[in-house]
Design a protein around this ligand. Structure first.
Ligand code: ADP
Ligand code: ASP
Ligand code: MG
Length: 243
């Protein structure tokens, strides 16, 4: 089975969490699966980078902000590939441009236009886990772009779509999608399954559990996406065509 799995920032917050995600991946590889891991910047890294940049230049150019912010995800990708390597599982980290993620030129909020999967395929065929830096791509000028806050979800769904993956899973710090933010409302109820339309409405109301464009891409390409806890690995919420 070809699986695309994405880990969010909190789920990679420290080395033990990175190792836990690597161990889960190793288990899947042992079972004979091919795995593409999409990683976010660790914990609050992106917020910290934005704060740093604003100390240097309050109105820094969007192009340079992208060059700077994309580094957070690249650090996670390199670290994850090294964690897998230390466990005896060959892995290769790829930045967005190396992974063939082509976007438009809207710095800070770029849209994925196409994914050239040749390099990822080659690495998978060579028996490697492919760790892709989320949230970024390359524009027609050859410049690094970022996809907007929360955009690693969109990287994962785009890769699942263009690779025709058998499974797309978003590992996060809650155990699924709820009718309201479960951190603010302890009595919120969890969906076992949710349709694209209803999910989009939740996202428009501010539920940042999935990036809006990831839901639109999943809908347009008919991708089933599971949102689940990185800490328990228990089944989560299935996003699919229910309408
Ligand atoms: P990640 O770093 O894994 O991408 P995010 O912080 O982007 O995680 O999204 C997960 C968070 O979304 C949860 O911690 C939760 O507080 C928040 N959230 C808001 N609305 C919802 C909702 N309706 N269902 C689930 N989580 C929600
Ligand atoms: N690190 C980026 C952000 O904080 C992208 C992501 O986490 O999906 O917005
Ligand atoms: Mg997120």
């Amino acid at each position: 089975m070809l699986m695309v799995q994405k880990y969010g920032g909190t789920s990679l917050g420290d080395l033990e969490r990175i190792r836990a995600a690597a161990r889960r991946t190793a288990g899947l590889v042992r079972q004979g699966n091919q795995v593409v891991l999409v990683v976010s910047a660790q914990a609050d890294t992106t917020d910290e980078l934005i704060a740093q940049a604003s100390k240097v230049n309050r109105r820094g150019s969007a192009r340079e902000m992208d060059a700077y912010l994309a580094a957070g995800e690249q650090m996670s990708a390199g670290l994850m590939a090294m964690a897998l390597g230390a466990m005896g599982y060959p892995a290769v980290s790829l930045s967005g441009w190396q992974a063939g993620i082509h976007t438009d030129g809207v710095h800070g909020n770029a849209r994925i236009l196409e994914v050239d999967t040749a390099r990822i395929r080659r690495e998978l065929d060579a028996g490697k886990v492919v760790v892709v830096a989320g949230f970024q791509g390359v524009d027609p000028e050859g410049d690094v772009t970022t996809l907007g806050r929360g955009g690693s979800d969109t990287t994962a769904v785009a890769l699942a779509a263009w690779l025709k993956a058998d499974r797309c899973q978003i590992f996060t710090d809650v155990d699924g999608v709820y009718d309201r933010d479960p951190r603010l409302y302890p009595d919120a109820t969890r969906f076992g399954r949710i349709g694209y339309g209803k999910m989009l409405t939740l996202v428009e109301q501010g539920a940042q559990v999935l990036h809006d464009r990831s839901v639109i891409l999943a809908r347009d390409h008919g991708i089933q996406v599971e949102v689940l806890s990185a800490f328990t690995g228990e089944p989560g919420t299935i996003l699919e065509d229910l309408e």
